[in-house]
Ligand binder design. Structure first.
Ligand code: C2E
Ligand code: CA
Ligand code: CA
Length: 393
């Protein structure tokens, strides 16, 4: 195998497959993971589990790793150019590759040669990769962060890393190993590990991905425990680039429904400006919420009475009643709602008073950005559901 692998690169026998990951919050595709395949002329497609160790032992993983990054960058830019698809790609990086002194430079060069935005690349590394040469690794990871690529820890939970060391690393994502996901719905030990890793990640401000998601009960369990992203055969096997394109194009809102929270998340926007209301409706059209709107407080009270509203976003400056006054009243009647205000700087003193009185949960100063508002509302729903849970249980 070693002799054959030495020529596999020049004979163009490697392929990159891609496996999609789904965002559980929205049901949309989050990104894809690039997975290497070797198309051996005698034996056909060989699994990486068989040949990656040989590439590692022989050092071939360094040139092959460069090919992987280069191919992924080419695919990313052709997806953008030809199909208007802007999905990010996670690339597996082996320990030897990270240790190579030229690694960061090579990555930087390939990214810029292919005109790829670094934010579309995530490097997946296992705990053990990061544990050797700790000081040098931290330097490398910081260089990667400066480049603008994201970093994920793969197979999390299977290594023997010290948590105090891990938290010093500039990482973005934890991937829960599939061995835990496989039996988390039947084995209490795995269930405990999965729940703990999700909490750990969130407490550290990291995203958490579960891999090896194979059925509906896996999805349900992960959804119930607040996992952000899922990957596995239940969504799709790893497929070649052309099949991935087909998959992404046909991935419809019908499939989204499987992952979406049933619209039990109701958000209410209150603003007297009709253009702002229609902007908000557009921004939140596909976020998985039931979106209600009103142009005044009176209409908002009607909607609150007839819907189980979780999050309310109100403009501060409105003709008959200020936003803070409105939300103060809402608090008395619906204390468990999450109340957010959109305010200009000139109205700040009223807003500060309202925060101190507990009438509002957060304020956002104008002009707001769509991403920022989405994040605040998503967080608000999480807090809302956490506070309601003990009441329901
Ligand atoms: P990994 O990084 O943990 O990748 C996930 C593996 O789980 C992949 O196996 C994927 O096909 C498989 N998988 C995905 N969904 C499911 C599922 O629902 N059920 C089950 N049972 N398996 C699922 P694959 O492609 O055979 O890769 C195996 C390992 O080889 C990878 O594990 C990774 O460690 C390594 N590898 C793959 N591609 C590369 C690469 O480009 N570079 C490096 N350095 N290593 C790679
Ligand atoms: Ca991986
Ligand atoms: Ca893994």
């Amino acid at each position: 195998m070693e002799a054959k692998l030495r020529h596999a690169l020049e004979k163009d026998e490697f392929r990159l497959f891609y496996q999609p990951k789904v965002d559980l919050e929205t049901g949309k595709i989050h990104s894809v993971e690039a997975l290497l395949r070797w198309n051996d002329p005698d034996e056909g497609m060989i699994s990486p589990a068989e040949f990656i160790p040989v590439l590692e032992e022989t050092g071939l993983i360094v040139p092959v790793g460069e090919w992987i990054i280069s191919q992924a960058c080419k695919d990313i830019s052709s997806w953008s150019r030809e199909h208007n698809i802007d999905t990010g790609v996670a690339i597996n990086i082996s320990p030897l590759q990270l240790r190579d002194p030229g690694f960061c430079e090579t990555l930087k060069r390939l990214i810029s040669e292919n005109n790829v935005s670094p934010s579309r690349i995530e490097c997946e590394m296992t705990e053990s990769t990061l544990l050797n040469n700790t000081k040098e690794n931290i330097n490398k990871l910081n260089q990667l962060k400066e480049l603008g690529v994201k970093i994920a820890i793969d197979d999390f939970g299977t290594g023997y890393s010290s948590l105090s060391y891990l938290v010093t690393l500039p990482i973005d994502t934890l991937k829960i190993d599939q061995s835990f996901v496989r039996d988390m719905t039947t084995q209490s030990g795995s269930a405990a590990i999965v729940k703990t890793v999700i909490n750990l990640a969130h407490n550290l401000g990291l995203e958490v991905v579960a891999e090896g998601v194979e059925n509906k009960s896996h999805v349900g369990f992960l959804q119930q425990h607040g996992c952000d992203i899922v990957q596995g055969y239940y969504i799709s096997k790893p497929v070649p680039s052309n099949e991935l394109i087909k998959f992404l194009k046909s991935y419809s809102s019908e499939i989204n429904q499987v992952f979406k929270h049933d619209s039990d998340r109701v958000v209410l926007f209150v603003d007297d400006d009709p253009t702002l209301i229609s902007l908000l409706q557009r921004v939140f059209k596909d976020e998985g919420y039931l979106v209600l709107t009103s142009n005044d407080a009176a209409g908002a009270f009607e909607l609150l009475a007839t819907h189980d509203v979780g999050v309310i976003v109100s403009d501060q400056r409105m003709p008959h009643m200020s936003g803070t006054e409105f939300l103060h009243r809402v608090k008395d009647i619906y204390p468990h709602t999450m109340r957010i205000i959109l305010s200009g700087y000139s109205e700040m003193s009223d807003v500060v008073d309202a925060v101190n009185q507990g009438s509002i949960y957060k304020f956002i100063t104008k002009p707001w950005r769509a991403e920022q508002l989405k994040n605040v509302i998503r967080e608000a729903f999480k807090v809302h559901e956490q506070t309601l849970k003990p009441l329901i249980d």
